[in-house]
Write a protein that binds this ligand. Structure first.
Ligand code: FAD
Length: 444
């Protein structure tokens, strides 16, 4: 009998893409070679999966096999003298933080949620609000154990199987199954951060604040009111933060305090309700200036306090559009993208703007490059939303930018290939037994 069982539809985080899989959830690393070698069902392509926080189809393999990695979540070794930590790839970031903060350490790069696995973080070479200082997570990975469908189990490091190492970092799970990962944690003195919020009037003011802050603030990010047009276009709140020099080393309770109990109905999302939210949020934040101390988990993972917040967008789901554009064209491109969203009346609650620094990403398919990254959530309104994102694609492509596969469920093959010029070199490392919805689409 096959270890793979047919599932109900598995949904991506954005909930637009979904479908049944043949899933297996190994308990032990040494089960993986046999699972990869299973011929049933019908030699379907395979993909390892983490906590399902990718928005589109890069973490889905509908009709194929899925290896759910979350039971492989054991810590293997930690050296407090060097900060080197080795664990199974299914360890969640929340569990990693609960382990390392009381010991005076912290992951060098974290995404905007702690409900991801280490394997998922490496497969998307994730960036954090400290990209200008730390680069991507892949820069801190010292070794990866990779199981391939030909039965080989390889230890990859920056010098051992170096090309496969850089294909696996940001490699969207397509080069094999990461079973163990070793990363270097950074020391911290406190679980608190010093934080400052600064309102700004427009896109130019955002770039001035980013330039001024990057030398002395390790974390920077801005919320943008993407509904306002005209003189208010691109106004927002700039948040900068750094680890406090002293204070308690308690990570704080993990887990959500609230839960979204139902899918909100579609009518809850119209330009009036989204405009009202943006206006109220702007006014509330703009009044509260000055620095404060806050738990790092609260600053770095604001959405984790509401479980299943993605249901807020209703049963139709949502798209997240995240692009990066290079420095020379950043200001014009960001203004053009915000103008497109505002003119289409497709404003978003969550619009985030951040500069990426010049630290090179180690992965062949890593998303971050120097410039500015803009992320916007759009409730799925079918053709209308897709047409808007196609118009935005043209702005990004003309600016020499690219889209983030972890957030994507619809970019064209041409958009992918123009944004990722290394794609051919990468494709040579893809394990022939592996695939995903994303990969089938962009390679079509
Ligand atoms: C609220 C929120 C905020 C976010 N903020 C950020 C952010 O600030 N920066 C950022 O970069 N990203 C961000 N993301 C995206 C998220 O970090 C990535 O999608 C991440 O890869 C999700 O990890 P996961 O464990 O859920 O993996 P999944 O979504 O389940 O899978 C993601 C990829 O990892 C691969 N994978 C997982 N485990 C393994 C393994 N063991 N071996 C091989 N491949 C594997 C899968 O095949 C897939 O390609 C955010 C997502 C959410 C929901």
């Amino acid at each position: 009998m096959s270890a793979f069982q047919k599932t109900e539809a598995i949904r991506s985080w954005g909930r637009v893409q979904n479908g049944p899989h043949w899933a297996a959830a190994p308990h032990w690393r040494d089960e993986i070679p046999a699972l990869l070698g299973e011929q049933a069902p019908a030699r379907a392509a395979v993909l390892a999966t983490g906590l399902g926080r990718s928005y589109g189809d890069s973490g889905l393999n509908v009709g194929g096999r899925a290896l759910a990695m979350t039971r492989l979540n054991r810590l293997i070794a930690f050296d407090p003298a060097t900060g080197l930590l080795r664990s199974e790839a299914g360890l969640s970031l929340a569990d990693l933080i609960a382990f390392c903060v009381p010991r005076g350490f912290y992951p060098p790069v974290v995404p905007g949620t702690s409900y991801v696995t280490l394997g998922g973080m490496v497969a998307n070479d994730v960036h954090g609000k400290n990209h200008h200082a730390a680069g991507t997570i892949g820069r801190w990975v010292t070794a990866i154990d990779l199981a391939r469908s030909d039965g080989s189990q390889l230890r990859l490091t920056p010098t051992q199987h170096a090309d496969l190492f850089s294909a696996t970092i940001g490699g969207l799970g397509l080069t094999g199954v990461m079973t163990e990962i070793e990363i270097r944690l950074r020391p911290i003195q406190s679980a608190n951060m010093e934080v400052e919020d600064i309102p700004f009037a427009n896109v130019e003011a955002f770039f001035d604040l980013a330039r001024e802050s990057e030398g002395s603030w390790e974390y920077t990010v801005a919320w943008i009111d993407c509904v306002s047009a005209g003189r208010k276009l691109g106004r927002g709140i700039f948040t900068r933060a750094r680890h406090a020099a002293d204070g308690p080393l308690e990570a704080g309770p993990a887990g959500a305090r609230l839960s979204m109990p139902i899918d909100l109905p579609r009518w809850a999302f119209n330009s009036a309700s989204i405009g009202l939210f943006n206006e109220v949020y702007w006014r509330r934040k703009a009044q509260r200036r000055g620095t404060r101390r806050q738990k790092l988990t609260k600053i770095l993972f604001p959405l984790d306090s509401i479980s299943r917040w993605n249901r807020m967008y209703g049963s139709g789901g949502m798209y997240q559009y995240q692009c990066v554009v290079p420095p020379d064209s950043a200001s014009d491109a960001v203004r053009a993208l915000l103008a497109q969203a505002s003119a289409a009346g497709e404003g978003s609650f969550l619009a985030v703007l951040k500069t990426f620094g010049g630290v090179a990403s180690p992965g062949l398919l890593s998303f971050p490059m120097e410039g500015a990254t803009l992320a916007l959530d759009f409730p799925n309104r079918g053709e209308r939303t897709l047409a808007l994102m196609e118009r935005m694609d043209r702005v990004v492509a003309e600016a020499g930018g690219r889209l983030y596969p972890a957030k994507d469920g619809r970019m064209s093959s041409a958009m992918f290939k123009s944004g990722y010029p290394n794609w051919r070199r990468f494709a040579a490392h893809v394990d022939p037994a592996f695939s995903s919805g994303f990969w089938r689409r962009v390679m079509a």
